[in-house]
Design a protein around this ligand. Structure first.
Ligand code: B12
Length: 214
């Protein structure tokens, strides 16, 4: 049976080589070997995905490469997700989180991981999808405890301000908590726009939301 290091390496190689089947195989081997699927996502797929992003920025890779890499990552995650969800099956809901990637932004991989992790931690998720209009967040806020937005680009994270403003205009700001995340988003940014919670990754989001609802 492959070791953890071998499986993590295989997960990274699958992204580097845009190989969906290898990504699925790495995921399946991880499950067979009893390795924490979250570790495979974070240490394996995500590390290689971020490296691809850096090469893209440096002009060494092009958009089709990023698309192929993200397809491989999604294929691997799809194999892992049922196991992650089964391990954390909860019956009672701690609270409802309306979560989406903000208007103009189609990056969904990180948002989906956050959704899965919050779900297994016992939150009910209203997944709004990606490229979500600000008005849709405001509408969803009526039935949610938390309105969470993901932004992967500096050009789209500025729209998180509008969620704050339009919630106030709709008289809903005091009845929900807002949470922001995504690669360019920081605690400073959250403070600046008045968001209640910033989380760096899916684990952090779980810890911070659980603390809030404890
Ligand atoms: C994969 C990818 C794509 C894929 C997305 C596929 C998909 N279905 O999601 C594709 C190929 C489609 C794509 C397209 C584009 N991309 Co792109 N992409 C990336 C890349 C390489 C990785 C993103 C990713 O999935 N990472 C892995 C996940 C697991 O990490 P994550 O998203 O950061 O999520 C974690 C945390 O941030 C956090 N988190 C995320 N969301 C949330 C939400 C909440 C509420 C919380 C609490 C936490 C949280 O938790 C997650 C799990 O731990 C990044 C590089 C990077 N460094 O981010 C560029 C990047 C984001 N893309 C970039 C660009 C420019 C584009 C395009 C405009 C390219 C183009 N010329 O068309 C288009 C965007 C089109 C659009 N309108 O949105 C730039 C953005 C630059 C900027 N302006 O800031 C980046 C930074 C690349 C770069 N270095 O230049 N991209």
């Amino acid at each position: 049976m492959a070791t953890k290091e071998e499986i993590i390496t295989m997960a990274r190689t699958a992204i580097e080589e845009y190989d969906d089947e290898m990504a699925e195989e790495a995921a399946a081997e991880a499950l067979a070997a009893g390795i924490d699927p979250i570790e495979v996502i974070e240490e394996g797929f995500t590390v290689a995905m971020n490296a691809a992003g850096e090469k893209f920025e440096a002009g060494e890779l092009f958009l089709p490469h990023l698309i192929a890499a993200s397809e491989a990552m999604t294929a691997g995650i799809n194999v892992l997700t049922p196991a992650i969800e089964a391990a954390g099956e909860k019956t009672e809901s701690i609270g409802t989180v309306a979560l989406g990637t903000i208007e103009g932004d189609i990056h969904s991989i990180g948002k989906d991981i956050v959704a899965t992790m919050l779900k297994i931690a016992g939150f009910k998720i209203n997944d709004l999808g990606r490229d979500v209009a600000i008005a849709s967040y405001i509408e969803a806020a009526k039935d949610a405890d938390v309105v969470a937005s993901s932004a992967l680009m500096t050009t789209t994270m500025v729209l998180q301000i509008q969620i704050e403003e339009q919630l106030k205009e709709a008289g809903l700001r005091d009845s929900v908590k807002t949470m922001v995340g995504g690669a360019p988003v920081t605690q400073d940014w959250a403070d600046k726009i008045g968001a209640d919670i910033y989380a760096e990754n899916a684990n952090d989001a779980v810890v911070k939301l659980k603390a809030l609802f404890a």
